[in-house]
Write a protein that binds this ligand. Sequence first.
Ligand SMILES: [Zn+2]
Ligand SMILES: [Zn+2]
Length: 300
Amino acid sequence: MTLDAGHAICSQMWSEPLASIIVMYTFSTKNNVLMKLNFWSLSSGSSGNCYYLGNEFHGILIDAGISATSIRKFLKNMDIPMQTIMGVLITHNHVDHIKGLELLTRKNNLPAFTTHKIWKSILTPDKKISPDCIHEIPLRQGFQLAGFDIEAFPVCHDAPETIGFHICTCDKKITIVTDLGHICQTAALYIKAANLLVIESNYDEEMLDSGKYPHFLKSRIKSDHGHLGNYQTAAFLADNISENLNIICLAHLSKNNNTPEKVLQTLQQTFTERGIILNGQQQISVLNRDKPTNMIRLIE
Ligand SMILES: [Zn+2]
Ligand SMILES: [Zn+2]
């Protein structure tokens, strides 16, 4: 894989925009060779979510909330062959997470993984997903895919069921939680265990309150089963940030009720008020809403 010259967003560069591929080097325990581990956001936000995690041999996708054509095109642009993608993990049935799922399973025969309850909510009569591609996974019990140890955990959101993923490979732990109204104890455990965290920062509280959305929709978004606001996410991170949490990607921004600047301002203000000082190794960035983000390379 070729990697363009990227830049890391470090703790001193709050206003620096936007992360994309994060490259971590780690040793494979099996053959003791140096192995890359890449995380890449293809799209993150209320209009579509899709993330890639992989090494030089194979990878997985998390959600397929943009068109299959866009996913294939973005991967090709990054020299990631589609045949190296071993499966897609699905968090819930909202369209911004499954828009491209049907075609990826039909045309690429891509195995898809989610819980029984989420499959039931996805498999409506109009959905033509190849039965061979449907794989059920348990909650809070690990399973393996492409060398990754993966655990799905429940989060609070207004879908029949919604899950986050905690993914471990070698000594790296990645937690992805993009749609949740509040951070319950279970989700907090997985978030706190992460070295790389992708967490929702969906709306700016003031923008939502003063915006044009009808009252019922504002209430839904702010509810315990809606989405995380900037201040909610910032306060949780301020209370729980630790040395092992090296990379934080703020994700799933609302198109109408948020901006990357607001996300970073709120986080910076909250951390400053609470006396949180990041160490030089910690990186924080905001993922692009509707396009892949620029590349970050981290060499350990
Ligand atoms: Zn969503
Ligand atoms: Zn959702």
